[in-house]
Ligand binder design. Structure first.
Ligand code: GCV
Length: 720
């Protein structure tokens, strides 16, 4: 008896212990991303169960949507959502416009306008009874509706008694670019090896492929370029095509089409053709046959992504042809199957010409020369995914060629997977920027989403940050960037705040004492990174061997000048910054008026880009009355202080988050904090050798010696 009591007491104490440490119970590895479907509060469950009692459909092609909804429902409410055979009060009616049930609700017209991915979620009366309807023209649209409903259930508490949602994506193609190599490594990937187990494919399918497709579908992402733009020709070998086919089969039910990056000299590399000249008949024939072979295996194959004559890759210019010649040859091969070519405009050559202006110079003369199934893929800024860049002048310059923005989700230049940097504000800054293509309001979003060019193909790409790490992205908060890209690709009108709010609630929890401070941290994190890395328009101050830490002094004998930081900062005893005005490289001239005038004048140029466009004297007085040098110092210091404040926020919310994710983020914030000081000290101490001015006394003093910082040689494995 005494033993039994002792045992009971032990169990009681143990249970108490577990209850007191909620994190212990709910240690989470992040593998479920934003699809955690945690049990909802009982009030919400009651609301839901009052509004939806059963599920009904007369179609079999919406099975994926049904099983997602039913399994989530079970996890969220603890109860089954039964499949009914006949309409009952509060049924959830689900289907496409082919469904008799949906047709009888009179939604066909509305659905047609929304297109095959658009959907309606509506509380409706039918035959005297109140129902919830989830409908779309296409199967995948129904799945998108399900994910939308599930998101509302989890983030909108209490659940609204009446719903009337109508959505259609703003871009037709919403695509991830994987820079994954066939040997399993990922270029600029910081979340482990590639998700694609090439050696095991096509025979063995990792369960994560389906999870990947589900996660993308939950955001509306509908395409995936599986391999690196620095493409190996091997991907087009039949052995690899069979592997690609196996992945395509897994992704298809989730509406994800596969695309491949191709190497322009594949005909030579794979079949020994003496040339890969796009005007050569044999070469053209080779690509036609290859397209036929691909479509026989993968009937809904999306098309090719091409990096050509860029950073040493082959391209049409090797044969004296233009980018248009190259792209059109591939476009002709894909055309019979409705495939597309995404041709990258990321080109720059070593030489005296300003790198920022080269893509424009190369592509503008080709405007109107591309086939209609070619779209130019343009990075958000003119250089290369820096923490802050102005928009690429190609947006709003090309008038007869569709253009798609390319963003980087992986944090090549933003602290890899060590720094917490929420990128929605960066994406939005670009999408909302005015190109003045046809007057005010011609934002990047509107020149690329079909609003201003209604007949164009529309697309948007993000370079993925996904790897085989259990939590997919390395840093728990890097998941938010995948999420944000997907949500903006669907609807670029969402605010960064809305997206962060959703993501936090779905990924962590709904408690406002958690959500609000974390949201604030996320929303300021991109600006903080700009501040401690490269404020006021500075760019590319990165080390030679990596894009992680600072090396503004970097000098490598014989190196291409445009691969060295001094090419970009141009610091000297007079000042700092790249003169791109009409008196300098004239790159400002590539922007439409009034942007070009605004950027050209020192006193109208936005200060956050001032050193991008101007070489500014150290003593130049800025709008706040302080000199440029002081502003540089204060801004670097501000960045450091901001990261410190993130640490405080995170430590304070410890009770609201599971131990595993809490500790991971906490320890990475420590690294970020140290890195911010590293950046600040390296840049200020180095630039001080030119300015010869004091660092203002009211900011934190440097804690490093410049000579010591110059000796740092990073062990990159530590950062991967
Ligand atoms: C895939 C930058 C990156 C390269 C990348 C290239 C590109 O130069 O550092 O890793 O190559 O951009 O976008 O093609």
């Amino acid at each position: 008896m005494r033993d039994l009591n002792k045992y009971k007491m032990k169990v009681f104490l143990y249970t108490l212990f577990l209850l007191l440490i909620p994190g212990f119970l709910s240690a989470e590895d992040g593998s479920q991303l934003w699809l955690r479907y945690q049990p909802l509060p009982s009030e919400q469950v009651k609301n839901l169960q009052a509004g939806i009692t059963s599920l009904i459909t007369d179609e079999s092609n919406v099975n994926v949507a049904i099983s997602e909804l039913r399994s989530a429902w079970k996890q969220l409410t603890g109860a089954e959502l039964t499949l009914a055979c006949s309409l009952q009060e509060h049924s959830l009616i689900m289907g496409t416009s082919k469904s008799k049930l949906i047709q009888s609700l009179g939604l066909k017209r509305e659905l047609q306008v929304l297109g095959k991915d658009g959907f309606i979620i509506r509380t409706m009366k039918y035959k005297g009874k109140k129902h919830m309807v989830l409908a779309s023209q296409g199967d995948c649209g129904v799945l998108y509706a399900v994910f939308n409903l599930l998101r509302t259930m989890q983030t909108n508490i209490p659940f609204p008694p009446v719903l009337d949602v109508k959505e259609a994506p703003l871009y037709k193609i919403r695509i991830l670019n994987h820079w994954d190599n066939l040997d399993g490594t990922v270029e600029r990937g910081y979340a482990g090896h590639s998700l694609w187990q090439w050696d095991d494919l096509p025979g063995k399918l990792s369960p994560r492929y389906k999870e990947y497709a589900r996660a993308n579908a939950s955001l509306g992402i509908n395409g995936s370029v599986l391999n690196n733009v620095n493409a190996s020709p091997e991907i087009l070998n039949v052995a690899y095509l069979l592997k690609v086919k196996a992945l395509a089969n897994v992704f298809r039910p989730y509406g994800i089409r596969v695309y491949l990056s191709v190497n322009f000299s594949s005909p030579t590399a794979l079949s020994g053709l003496p040339t890969s000249d796009p005007l050569n008949k044999e070469v053209q024939q080779w690509w036609k046959a290859k397209a036929k072979e691909i479509y026989a295996l993968i009937p809904d194959f999306g098309g090719f992504l091409v990096k050509a004559n860029s950073e040493g890759l082959p391209g049409p210019q090797d044969f004296g042809r233009t980018h248009a010649d190259g792209a059109n040859m591939l476009a002709d091969a894909l055309k019979p199957y409705h495939g597309i070519v995404m041709w990258r405009a990321f080109v720059y050559k070593s030489g005296m010409d300003d790198r920022a202006g080269q893509a424009y110079k190369e592509f503008l003369p080709l405007d109107g020369k591309f086939r209609s199934n070619v779209i130019l893929q343009v990075k958000n800024g003119p250089i290369d995914f820096q923490p802050r860049e102005p928009i690429s002048p190609l947006f709003g310059a090309l008038k007869q060629t569709p253009v798609m923005p390319e963003f980087q989700i992986t944090q090549e230049y933003l602290g890899e997977s060590n720094h917490l940097v929420y990128l929605a504000p960066l994406y939005k800054e670009c999408l909302d920027s005015d190109t003045y293509y046809s007057g005010k309001g011609s934002t990047v979003a509107r020149v690329t989403d079909g609003t201003l060019f209604p007949n164009f193909l529309t697309a948007i790409a993000g370079v993925a940050n996904i790897g085989e790490d259990t939590n997919w992205c390395g840093h728990s908060f890097a998941q938010a960037n995948w999420y944000a890209f997907g949500r903006l690709a669907w609807n670029h009108r969402l605010t960064s705040e809305q997206i962060a709010d959703e993501w936090i609630k779905l990924t962590f929890n709904n408690q406002k004492d958690f959500v609000n401070p974390v949201k604030e941290m996320m929303l300021t994190s991109r600006e903080a990174a700009v501040n401690y890395m490269m404020p006021l328009g500075l760019h590319h101050l990165f080390a030679w061997g990596h894009h992680y830490g600072p090396e503004p002094w970097c000098a490598v004998e014989g190196a291409r000048p445009d691969w060295l930081p001094s090419y970009y900062h141009k610091a000297d005893s007079l000042g700092i910054g790249f003169d791109r005005t009409m008196n300098g490289s004239s790159a400002v001239g590539q922007y439409n008026s009034p942007l070009r005038e605004e950027y050209n004048e020192l006193n109208t140029c936005p200060e956050q880009l001032i050193l991008w466009f101007h070489h500014v004297p150290w003593s130049y007085e800025m709008k706040n009355g302080r000199t440029l040098w002081f502003n540089l110092c204060y801004t670097y210091d501000k960045g450091v202080q901001q990261v410190r404040s993130f640490q405080k926020i995170w430590d304070r919310i410890e009770p609201y988050v599971d131990v595993q994710r809490f500790q991971q983020v906490q320890s990475r914030l420590k690294i970020q904090s140290k890195d911010a000081v590293w950046w600040k000290d390296a840049c200020l101490l180095y630039f001080q050798t030119y300015s010869r001015l004091t660092i203002p006394y009211d900011i934190e003093r440097p804690v490093n010696e410049l000579d010591d910082l110059k000796k740092i040689k990073l062990n990159l494995k530590h950062h991967n």
